[in-house]
Write a protein of this length. Structure first.
Ligand code: HAM
Length: 441
């Protein structure tokens, strides 16, 4: 494969990024970094601390964590064997990795309650389309060590708050109670009884799901399967008293804090570890099936992965989908910082002085662009315009001889002269006099 690609390159045939894995270009990056820094700032204010786990893990972690019967494990993992024959998988989601790290580093010994967040790429072999990528990026939060329903609420609130600061308006919350594993077992057998007579009307995947894990059928995207579960029993009919009480408390927090939500008794989510609360945030601009974010409680996972019995809950949101939602609401994410100064130096001696001048201005926090080739003033001005530079410092042989820099204001076109020695300090003074305060950088 490698050889083939190399040959293609030699023949001049285009090599593109892998299907479903996109480049994020410099023109787009400002929106991404803005979203990431808003999340960091917000999550840290709530006491979450960042964790970075490897991009690949032993395959068994996801088989046991994400769950054997989930679509992710069944169909979507990028699994490979390394040179020593170990089976490894590019992480399709962050939760199992965070729980593994929690157990491996005995994090509960330092502090029983761990509030963690992560930002990074995830990999799923899905059919690529808008908002559905083979490499996508998530911002996730996990609270390990707390069974209190206030945690479930805090997580939902945190996600809503993130979308709020991002500027999105058309978001809504869906919430359901999946009960404990015992409730899910009871429900699975009720669902099985309901659907077994209609198995021939289910898609091939759902026929398998019916035998292995009937709950997954509720999550099937095939229209006919959705029709067949219209009158299916609801999980809310079977949840035990304790789980019902937990859910009622989460709902009360939502009401007390005026967070709008819709009860969705068919929301099961595609991952196997959930217990009690599950939730999603959806957006009007993404289409009915695509969630901006999803999460829930997973009180058994830490123990199932070999740790002490520890309740936990979390969520993850997709960054590609957040960017799509911003576009659909016509919110321009954030533009690149414009250059404060462009240094147009012509001739070798002027270039040397120009380089020092640019370095000095950058040390004082200005964004300064300088292009080094032998270029005409006209070419420099074109580049300065492209960089959106506010000012251009023009320095040629003539200016050097006179010990000045010609400063051009790109907005008004006005030109003035400042002494070359101490130029940056005079430039700052000029900006301060113009605005009546120190320059905003
Ligand atoms: P998930 O629902 O599988 O949950 O993914 C979370 C979010 O990632 C989705 O709501 C969506 O925005 C985004 N996403 C997922 N797959 C793709 C894709 N192929 N292309 C683009 N975006 C995608 C989880 O991953 C759980 N680990 C969430 C969680 C954390 N539950 C508890 N803690």
């Amino acid at each position: 494969m490698q050889e083939e690609q190399t040959r293609d390159v030699e023949k001049g045939i285009e090599v593109t990024s892998p299907r479903g894995a996109d480049d994020i270009l410099p023109t787009e990056i400002a929106g991404w970094t803005r979203a990431e820094s808003l999340a960091r700032d917000l999550f840290e204010r709530f006491g979450y601390r960042e964790i970075r786990t490897p991009m690949f893990e032993e395959t068994a972690l996801f088989e046991r964590g994400t769950g054997e019967s989930s679509d992710i494990v069944q169909k979507q993992m990028y699994t490979f064997t390394d040179r020593k024959g170990r089976s490894l998988t590019l992480r399709p989601e962050g939760t199992p990795s965070v729980v593994r790290a929690y157990i491996e580093h005995k994090m509960h010994v330092q502090q029983p309650l761990q509030k963690l967040y992560y930002i990074g790429p995830m990999f799923r072999y899905e059919r690529p389309q808008a908002g559905r990528k083979r490499q996508h990026h998530q911002i996730g939060a996990e609270v390990i060590g707390c069974a209190d329903p206030a945690t479930d609420f805090e997580l939902i609130y945190l996600a809503c708050q993130f979308y709020n600061v991002l500027g999105l308006r058309e978001v809504s919350v869906k919430i359901n109670n999946l009960g404990c594993k015992a409730d899910q077992k009871t429900y699975a057998s009720r669902l099985y009884d309901f659907l077994k007579g209609r198995a021939d009307r289910l898609c091939p995947d759902c026929r398998t799901r019916l035998e292995r894990s009937p709950l997954r059928i509720l999550d099937c995207k095939v229209e006919e399967c959705q029709q067949n579960i219209q009158d299916a029993p609801l999980i809310t009919d079977v949840v035990c008293k304790n789980c019902a009480k937990h859910h009622a408390s989460v709902i009360q927090y939502m009401k007390d804090n005026r967070i709008g939500y819709a009860d969705d008794p068919r929301l099961v989510r595609g991952l196997e570890y959930y217990t009690r609360t599950v939730f999603e945030v959806v957006h009007g601009g993404l289409g009915a099936k695509d969630a901006l974010m999803g999460g829930g409680r997973y009180d058994d996972l830490v123990e199932e992965l070999g740790g002490p019995k520890t309740p936990a809950a979390g969520f993850a949101l997709g960054l590609e989908r957040a960017m799509m939602a911003l576009t659909s609401e016509e919110i321009v994410p954030h533009t690149e910082r414009r250059a404060d100064l462009y240094v147009a130096a012509m001739g070798d001696r002027a270039k040397q002085r120009g380089v020092s001048l640019a370095m000095r201005a950058r040390a004082l926090s200005f964004k300064v662009i300088m292009e080094y080739g032998n270029r005409s003033l006209k070419a420099h001005l074109r580049s300065a315009d492209k960089a959106g530079a506010h000012h251009v410092a023009i320095l040629g042989e003539k200016e050097l001889e006179r010990g000045v820099v010609v400063l051009k204001d790109m907005l008004t076109g006005e030109q003035s002269e400042l002494p070359l020695d101490g130029f940056v300090e005079r430039f700052i003074k000029m900006l301060t006099d113009e605005t009546g305060g120190p320059p905003v950088m």
